[in-house]
Design a protein. Sequence first.
Length: 255
Amino acid sequence: MQWQQGWARSIALLVVAALMPWPLLLGPDNCWAFILVTAAIVGALRLLFGPQWKSYAGLNLPATHVLIALVAFAVIAIGSKMLLPIAYEAAGLKANAPNIEEQTGFLFQALNEEIFFRALMIGFFIQYVRSAPVISFGLAFLFAAAHFLLYRFSNPMHLALSMASLATLFFAGVAMNNLYLAFRHIGFSWALHAGWNVVWLPAAFYDAATNERLHEPQVFDRVLGSPTIVTMACAMAVLSFVLLGRRPLTSAANL
């Protein structure tokens, strides 16, 4: 039985990894593609894991946690909307407000990434690595590396993200990994991920000095490379370890 679960987890990782890049490769105005990929991921996991697919996808949340996650998402989105103009000004950026269709797409984009990077990847590696901090740091490195490879090789601009923006991705990955390890579902990590992404990723950005339209890799590097954002992400990572240490029954005991 254990080897069958191992094979099913491996196949799930490969299938979801193959599905996730398609919305980005299709170019702009692709919010519908994120939703279709979510549906394909759910279908694949149902086939592979049967009635237990929600647990493997990190979607088996208590009702109270669903409510808390939705409130947390709203709070994070409001906080991000207040914080980001400071980062935009420091980075020499102007941004137009995103439309609701694009923001809806990024809700599902964050969900897809959380299923893959948190539920499936942690679920796979936790079978072989018994240390929560090692898993958290290791998969945060993979999270940052995946973004580096995406923008460096699959994007037409072939832009290499700066060390500052990669540090932000690493620290954010640590925080979201620890939220999953503490609660064993993606509700709260999704709230953090989606609450941040929907505010800025769907927006149209321009260089404040030249008024030139900027592409996603350029915006990604400028915003996430802001000292304010790097510091905030580092603080979240530290606080997430405090949380993880206070929940031994749902984290360390199950390793």
